[in-house]
Design a protein around this ligand. Structure first.
Ligand SMILES: [Zn+2]
Length: 77
């Protein structure tokens, strides 16, 4: 998987330290978002609604989208 726009040292890692007493720990929240980035190629199937024909493509490259703290907001291909 090729990651476009990847931030190697996101700001949130400096700003937010893990706080085990905080059930809404931002560090955990951001780490979880980070972990949701697919690291391996994956297959994606779409179906043409008119013809009902399925097309499977392999996703090997995604573009990452971050917020101001460099937290993953989403990714797309
Ligand atoms: Zn935490």
């Amino acid at each position: 998987m090729k990651l476009i726009n990847e931030v190697k040292n996101p700001k949130w890692k400096k700003y937010f330290k893990h706080n085990e007493n905080d059930i809404e720990c931002k560090h955990c929240k951001y780490q979880k978002a980070d972990d949701s980035i697919p690291r391996e190629d994956f297959k994606f199937t779409t179906m043409n609604m008119k013809t009902k024909q399925k097309t499977t493509i392999t996703i090997s490259q995604i573009t990452l989208d971050y917020d101001d703290n460099d937290c993953i907001r989403g990714w797309y291909w």
